[in-house]
Design a protein around this ligand. Structure first.
Ligand code: DGL
Length: 259
């Protein structure tokens, strides 16, 4: 039996990362946990985020995963050091892409839209300090956005109004790069594009996470044979409809699981 890649997020947002992994590694089996019953993680304390990350990791390990992708900026920035120190499998995390934004910006001003949990983490601060020298980083908490996306309202007027409220102050400061620091936010890109000037670059780290996953699998000799016909199992502890709306196709199974 081939071992799958395990992926978890506070809900459906990490499917934006799963999609990139599936595109780059179509022969890899995957198991995805959407911990929607506990979303949003971003408003929780570091201890609570750690506890939830441990619960998700242990379930993925029970399901025989060979590598775990923490497809959540909030869980990565608060828990990945602990996970790496305490479990044997390799972990891949996702953090707001400050470095590419700092290299790309011409106005020397970049905006970061992320959860409170991510923006208040020490990992985010050290990354920011390391890569954004000489750059002004405007941080904006996306309070309420994860809940709207979980409720299937990513394209709603309510979401548009909230997003405008968050983006306008950063645009007034002339940012030319916007870093999406939460894996739910790629689902807001159509709305964001309507609200920002055409020259603004939107940066998210999905593709980079998939490339890193491939490199770590190969380095550890964990890659599946390329002829494998992959299966993808999605487990959610909430209604399955939000997930079913985002992912479907051959080899994809979506189930409710109480975890
Ligand atoms: N997708 C999670 C992230 O990347 C959302 C966190 C939350 O549930 O607040 O941060």
């Amino acid at each position: 039996m081939l071992k799958p890649i395990g992926i978890f997020d506070s809900g459906i947002g990490g499917t934006s990362i799963w999609r990139e992994i599936e595109k780059l590694l179509p022969y890899e089996d995957t198991i995805y946990l959407a911990d929607s019953a506990n979303a949003p993680y971003g408003a929780k304390s570091k201890e609570q985020i750690l506890e939830l990350s441990i619960k998700n990791t242990e379930l993925l390990l029970q399901k025989n995963c060979k590598l775990i992708v923490v497809a959540c900026n909030t869980a990565t920035t608060n828990a990945i050091d602990f996970l790496r120190a305490n479990y044997d499998v390799p972990f891949i995390g996702i953090e707001p892409a400050i470095k590419p934004a700092a290299l790309h910006t011409k106005t020397k001003k970049v905006g970061v839209l992320a959860t409170k949990g991510t923006l208040s983490s020490s990992l985010f601060h050290s990354t920011s300090k390391m890569f954004a020298q000489g750059i002004t980083v405007l941080e904006q908490e996306g309070t309420g956005l994860v809940e709207l996306i979980e409720d299937g309202k990513a394209h709603s007027e309510e979401t548009r109004i909230l997003l405008k409220k968050y983006l306008d102050p950063m645009l007034e400061e002339h940012i030319d790069c916007l870093v999406l620091g939460c894996t739910h936010y790629p689902y807001l890109i159509p709305l964001i594009m309507e609200l920002v000037p055409p020259g603004l670059t939107i940066i998210d780290s999905g593709e980079a996470v998939a490339r890193q996953t491939k490199a770590v699998l190969e380095k550890n000799q964990l890659a599946a044979p390329t002829k494998n016909k992959a299966t993808h199992r999605f487990y959610t502890n909430a209604d399955t409809s939000a997930l079913s709306f985002l992912v479907s196709g051959p080899g994809i199974y979506i189930e409710y699981l109480d975890f």
